[in-house]
Design a protein around this ligand. Structure first.
Ligand code: SF4
Ligand code: SF4
Length: 285
């Protein structure tokens, strides 16, 4: 079972939900927690884990052999990111724009393009009892976040419950992280901003054909419009975490909710049972 935890905007408590779910389930299950928020991974702060295994991530950048090149311009034509250009008798590569998709080398009619690796990030791992923790981190100034996310997801072990902490928003890294999940938890807050970003995130998840449910964090801070919206859209609200000074204090100290307030463990275990049930109904349909 792969559960991704996403939110249309930052600061909604997505990592709080992902880490609390992982810790609660680790009482009885093998869990993998994947931090795919590669531009700002922070789940390790809550897990207090020492990352002890590190592996570099290399992006394949084109390298043109101009002795074979006929300057036909095909590579520049197929590059969606303007990362390669042919100017008269010269092929220019802009590594900082390249997404390593390989289209130029695949389509070069002269086989003039080889690829060389450029380090753009790392994948790090640690183990905490029943939790295998894996995080990706994109190097500063790099843009190919989906590539690092793919490397993190290479570590998925289908025998475990896999929880993916997704970056906020609705862009390519979100799509890459959520793709292939059995279920997506959308974390939001009951405010106009929360509602707007929830609707955008829901659109993405629906386009990917992934079943989803909602967690409302800081319940009580705003109005009932998120509840009404979920009802209209037929999306279940699976958990509400209230606006509470003690919860906020734990969060600010980097203490997972279910460690600071163990009474929340059962709520997260029930959340998982509800997800299991929704997914099994979908499978049998
Ligand atoms: S596609 Fe190949 S042959 Fe054509 S310009 Fe690019 S590198 Fe040269
Ligand atoms: S690998 Fe892809 S992104 Fe990079 S230059 Fe070639 S076509 Fe463009």
């Amino acid at each position: 079972m792969i559960i991704s935890v996403a939110s249309g905007k930052g600061g909604t408590g997505k990592t709080l939900v992902a880490t609390s779910l992982a810790l609660s389930l680790s009482d009885n299950h093998k869990v993998q927690l994947l931090d795919c928020d590669v531009e700002e991974p922070n789940a390790h702060i809550f897990l207090h884990s020492t990352l002890n295994e590190s592996q570099a991530v290399f992006l394949p950048i084109p390298n043109v052999d101009e002795t074979k090149c006929t300057y036909c311009g095909k590579c520049a034509e197929v590059c969606a990111y303007n990362a390669i250009a042919v100017v008269q008798k010269k092929v220019l590569v802009f590594p900082e724009l390249c997404h390593g998709c390989g289209a130029c080398s695949y389509l070069c009619p002269e086989s003039a393009i080889s690829e060389e690796g450029k380090q753009i990030g790392v994948v790090e791992q640690s183990n905490l009892g029943n939790i295998d923790f894996i995080q990706g981190e994109l190097a500063i100034g790099e843009i190919a976040a989906p590539f690092v996310i793919r490397e993190v997801k290479e570590h998925i072990n289908p025998a475990s419950i896999v929880i993916i902490d997704v970056s906020p928003g609705t862009s390519c890294p979100v799509v890459e992280a959520v793709r292939g999940s059995d279920f997506c938890l959308l974390v939001t807050e009951p405010t106009p901003f929360g509602l707007n970003d929830l609707s955008l995130a829901l659109e993405v998840v629906r386009k990917l054909g992934i079943t989803c449910g909602v967690v409302i964090n800081r319940a009580g801070v705003g109005d009932e419009k998120v509840d009404s919206y979920c009802h209209e859209q037929g999306i279940p609200i699976l958990l509400k975490i209230p606006l509470d000074r003690e919860i906020a204090t734990l969060y600010s100290k980097g203490i997972p909710l279910v460690q600071g307030m163990p009474e929340w463990r059962s709520a997260f275990q029930r959340l998982f049972q509800d997800i299991e049930q929704i997914v099994s109904v979908k499978v049998t349909k």
